[in-house]
Design a protein around this ligand. Sequence first.
Ligand SMILES: [Zn+2]
Length: 371
Amino acid sequence: MPKQPGENPTQEQVTAPNGVAWTRAPGGTTSGHQLLEALNGISGIYGDVPRRWNWWEEGRQRREHDRHMAVLEEWDNGAEELPPDESEARMKAWSDDFDKRYEEERRRRAQLAADTYDEERASQRLQYLRDTADAAFFGHVLRKPANAAQRDGAARREAEARASAAELLHTIGDPEQVIDKRGYLPSERRATNLGAHTDYWRHRLLREWSTKDRRQFNALLKMPPPSPDDMCSECEAPAEWHEYDISVRLFHPPPAPGSQAEKIAQLMPGWWERCPACTAYRIGHVWGGSHALPDFDGGQWVAMLPPLLRTLFTSEPPKARKKRAPKPKPLATIPPGPIDEVMARLAEAKAAHPDAEVRTGAGGVLELWNP
Ligand SMILES: [Zn+2]
């Protein structure tokens, strides 16, 4: 095996990037390169989304963990071996410290929210995101409008949405600095949402589709991992999906029974499930009247989706039934019979089809075919 950086095969020692020297235990067979890979792998196994993006199979993350641990167990970094009691005490101290830091962080966030959360500004930011998604939605319609009335309507609505977004931006300032009521910035929520998208949406669907729908499975498997910046800060969908009225709200319980929200949800299907940063077009469309673009329908929506979204969120179009080629027929047939009769009919057939080839068909019938 070629020598890897940081590896010294004669002493079976490797120095990790953090300066810790590791020595391979007698009988160990793994290389220094494998050790460095395991150290790197184990540290990011639960946090690195691109790495676990395609670990959709049941138990895959645990298997990756076990694989790295099996390598690490062959190496010793000279850390002091503690007696069981002391080891337990250290674990408890570590766990207590973790709890303490967690509680401090929770308090810090709560204080930050108490000091800086502004409900109106947060609501304006959501309206700004909706306007931006609306403008993009109408822009997609404008690429292939169904008719002139629809084109004019979409152009007007796109301009209105852009103007509203610009005005809100002026009022809000930097939307990235608008904290939520739990004390989190949009960028922090996007990173969390990407992790949830991967573990609870992508992996679940890949498991489901691996046995049910290879078309959707293959399309989703090919989807490249988004960067945290690509995500919506309010739900578990990439922000671009909101331009097509697609939301992914994984942790959004149904409205409380008897609540006003429940009544609205019944009146406007899709309203409760929609992310507050998503285009509101569908709500307006269902509402009808001037909210709906002239002649816009589901078929047009499907046609304007990018291929990946079309595969993931719409059912497969019914396959056009293959037209079966008509069964070839002979030019003429002559049933078996007395020789004179057959000869006479053959002569007639020859006159009509001088180039035909004579074959024998089922039941002794003579058939004339194009050669
Ligand atoms: Zn969203």
